[in-house]
Design a protein around this ligand. Structure first.
Ligand code: SF4
Length: 87
């Protein structure tokens, strides 16, 4: 798949679950957890999950669900990969 072609196959196209709905409003932790659980369930069956996750890691996406991981989980992956490279 070339460049960003994988986005055409994204299972989340048209979904509003993957980012905070409106930046002017805040979510409670429970609301965020519920939204993220639903988003991650979509990612689980997505055919371009790997491409999506790698893109988000390469471009250091700071917000939202990408490849089934939230921002905190992606930071952990980046940390682990950096750790693997230095050992
Ligand atoms: S892995 Fe998740 S966030 Fe990425 S394209 Fe698929 S459904 Fe969307």
């Amino acid at each position: 798949m070339e460049g960003l072609d994988w986005q055409h196959y994204a299972a989340c196209r048209g979904s509003d679950l993957f980012f905070v709905p409106d930046e002017s409003t805040s979510e409670t932790d429970d609301e965020k957890n519920r939204r993220e659980r639903k988003a991650k369930a979509t990612c689980f069956d997505c055919s371009v999950r790997v491409e999506c996750l790698e893109y988000s890691l390469e471009t250091m996406q700071k917000h939202g669900i990408w490849g089934g991981l939230n921002e905190k989980q992606r930071r952990q992956v980046i940390k682990q990969r950096r750790g693997l490279r230095t050992t």
